[in-house]
Structure formats: structure tokens, C-alpha cells
Design a protein around this ligand. Structure first.
Ligand code: 13P
Length: 337
């Protein structure tokens, strides 16, 4: 008999609380095989299962990773992999106090009758997959849908994004996984910060409406928003304080205080900007834990430093630790550039 969400109510809360401990965030390392391959090839490393495993071993076995990281999001392949010495990654992470999470969406496909927008795939069979991931040790999950400002955003894209996220979130909670709700508003485009604000406000209103329709427990989810800033090609740039203020204004008007954590994506921001913007948002108290779930902004320099060389593992790990520390300090509003 399938468990009910009530069977997991305490555990979901415990998981969410652990990930949102003061000074902690999430290490996103759930790149699909294709995306991970692109990253590896950019540093001259062939995209093989073994090379993906070697790179992920470097990340998960970084000394003291759990000091500033409460959870790591894995791709399905990684959830079942082990270190060279045969220790499952799940055990390595748990040993460091880092909860294993899993990306459960099946990626994006072109949306029919649209101007280049996309659908997020993966609801079919999701409950069964979530049960398996839980057995394998996953305790939280991620589903990333995208909204493109220059390609739309059309009404149907927003509704589909919100509906998919809500169905996914309900399924996860019934399988004991805390869902990270991620409608990523892409950075691409020439639009200014006001336009991003407007689209983000609509997107989150729609998302919460559908979460409510599906009876998702709002105190047992995490959000993964994009920061509200100008499009990447907008000539008018904004300061860290302006981005932080617009982002918080949007969230305060849309997100109930019951939601425990807001774990931002870096979305192509530089390593320094993503830390500065987070730090700016934590200069005064927020109703939620405002933190990070970065992939590129934690990994870019780490990957370049490693470039496939076993002799560089320790140096790359030290860089990763320092990136997690800077962002952990930014979560506390105490980052000093
Ligand atoms: P970036 O921080 O590189 O945007 O990735 C975060 C993520 O996991 C997007 O889904």
C-alpha cells in the first residue's frame, strides 16, 4: 500500500530544517549527462561515465563539505555511483552531514504552437521513481521548468509550468522527498529589471495557486527562484542592492512565510555576483531562510582547476570549500569581499 503524505510529515520537516540550517545552502551537481558532458569537454575531458564519476567524486568528497552545505542535488546516474574505493556517494554525503537529493524531471522539450518556449517532461511514472530514489537514500528532489521572457512568456507556458511543478511537488511529498520548486526565469534577453519583476510575480502567483490546488504542504517545500535582475543583454545594469531589493519585494508579495527556504539558482551570474546578491538580500531578517542552490557559481573554477588531472583534486576541493564558505557567509549576511 502506498504511503500517505502523513507518514512522512515529520521526516519532510526534518529534511527541510536540515537544509535550511543557518549558514548553509545546497550544492547543485545534477547536470544531465549531456550538460555535464558539455562542461567536461570545455576543460578537455571526455564525456564518459567514468569521467563524470571521477568529477562527482571530487565534489562529494571535498573535506568539510557539510560545514556550509546541507544538501547536494544529484543526477540519477550519480545517486547510484560510488568512489573509486567502492563507497557509495550517498554514504559519503550522509557521513559529511549532506543530505542527498535527486533531479527528477526529464528535461525540456519544445512546446507545440509556441515561439520557442518549452515543456518540462517527467510526470509519467514519477511516483514509482520517487519511491525508488527514497529507498536509494534521496531525501529531497528538484524539478526545473523554465520561463523565457524573450520567447514569450505565453499564458499557456506559465500555466503548464505551474501545473507540472504542483503535480511533481505533491508526488514527492507522498514519497518522502522534500520538493524543490523551480520555475527558472531565464536570464536571456534585453528586458530590464522591471519586466523581470512583472514576469516573476506572475509566475510565482500561478505556481502558488496550483500548489494550493494540489494540497501541497507549503511548510515542507523549498523554492528555487531566479534573482530578479535585468536580462543578460539589457544595457542598463543594476547594482547588487537593486537586484536584492527587487527580488525581496517580489518574494514578499508572493511567498507565504510558511515556506522554509528560498534557495536561489545562479543562472549564469558570475561567482562573485551570485555571492554579493545573496549577501545583499540577507542584510535584514527575512521570513524565510534565504540561501543558495548554485551549480555554476560553485563549480566553474573548481572544474577548470581540476581539468581531469588527479594531481589537482585537492586544490579544486579547496576552491569548492571556499566557494561554499563565501556563500554560507552570504546566507548570514556576513560576506566580506
Ligand atoms: P545554476 O546555479 O548553474 O543556474 O544551476 C542551478 C540549477 O540547478 C538550475 O536548475
Amino acid at each position: 500500500v502506498k504511503a500517505n503524505v502523513a507518514d512522512f510529515a515529520d521526516e519532510l520537516l526534518k529534511t527541510a530544517n536540515h537544509i535550511t540550517s543557518p549558514g548553509k545552502g545546497i550544492l547543485a551537481m545534477d547536470e544531465s549527462n549531456a550538460t555535464c558532458g558539455k562542461r567536461l569537454e570545455s576543460v578537455g575531458v571526455e564525456n564518459t561515465e567514468e569521467n563524470r564519476r571521477r568529477y562527482r567524486e571530487l565534489l562529494v568528497s571535498t573535506p568539510n563539505l557539510g560545514e556550509h552545505i546541507g544538501g547536494a542535488i544529484l543526477f540519477e546516474e550519480t545517486l547510484y555511483q560510488s568512489t573509486k574505493d567502492g563507497k557509495p556517494f550517498v554514504d559519503v554525503l550522509n557521513g559529511a552531514g549532506v543530505l542527498p537529493g535527486i533531479k527528477v524531471d526529464k528535461g525540456l522539450r519544445p512546446m507545440c504552437n509556441s515561439n520557442g518556449e518549452s515543456w518540462c517532461m517527467g510526470l509519467d511514472g514519477l511516483a514509482e521513481r520517487c519511491d525508488e530514489y527514497y529507498k536509494q537514500g534521496a531525501r529531497f528532489a528538484k524539478w526545473r521548468s523554465v520561463i523565457s521572457i524573450p520567447d514569450g512568456p505565453s499564458r499557456k507556458a506559465m500555466v503548464d509550468c505551474a501545473y507540472g511543478l504542483a503535480r511533481y511537488a505533491a508526488i514527492c511529498q507522498n514519497s518522502g522527498l522534500v520538493p524543490i520548486v523551480e520555475p527558472e526565469i531565464l536570464l536571456d534577453g534585453e528586458h530590464d529589471i522591471d519586466r523581470t519583476f512583472e514576469v516573476a510575480s506572475q509566475t510565482w502567483a500561478e505556481t502558488f495557486k496550483f500548489l494550493e490546488d494540489q494540497d501541497v504542504l507549503l511548510d515542507r517545500i523549498l523554492l528555487k527562484p531566479s534573482m530578479v535582475g535585468p536580462g543578460a543583454d539589457c544595457p542598463k545594469r543594476n547594482t547588487a542592492d537593486e537586484v536584492a531589493a527587487a527580488t525581496l519585494r517580489m518574494l514578499n508579495s508572493r511567498v507565504p512565510p510558511a515556506v522554509p527556504g528560498i534557495m536561489f539558482l545562479s543562472g549564469g551570474l558570475s561567482e562573485l555576483d551570485s555571492t554579493l546578491y545573496l549577501n545583499a538580500m540577507n542584510q535584514s531578517p527575512n521570513p524565510w531562510h534565504v540561501s543558495f542552490s548554485y551549480a555554476r557559481a560553485l563549480q566553474n573554477t573548481v572544474l577548470k582547476t581540476w581539468s581531469g588531472d588527479d594531481a589537482k583534486v585537492a586544490e579544486a576541493q579547496e576552491i569548492l570549500f571556499n566557494r561554499t564558505k563565501d556563500n554560507g557567509m552570504a546566507q548570514l549576511g556576513k560576506f566580506d569581499a
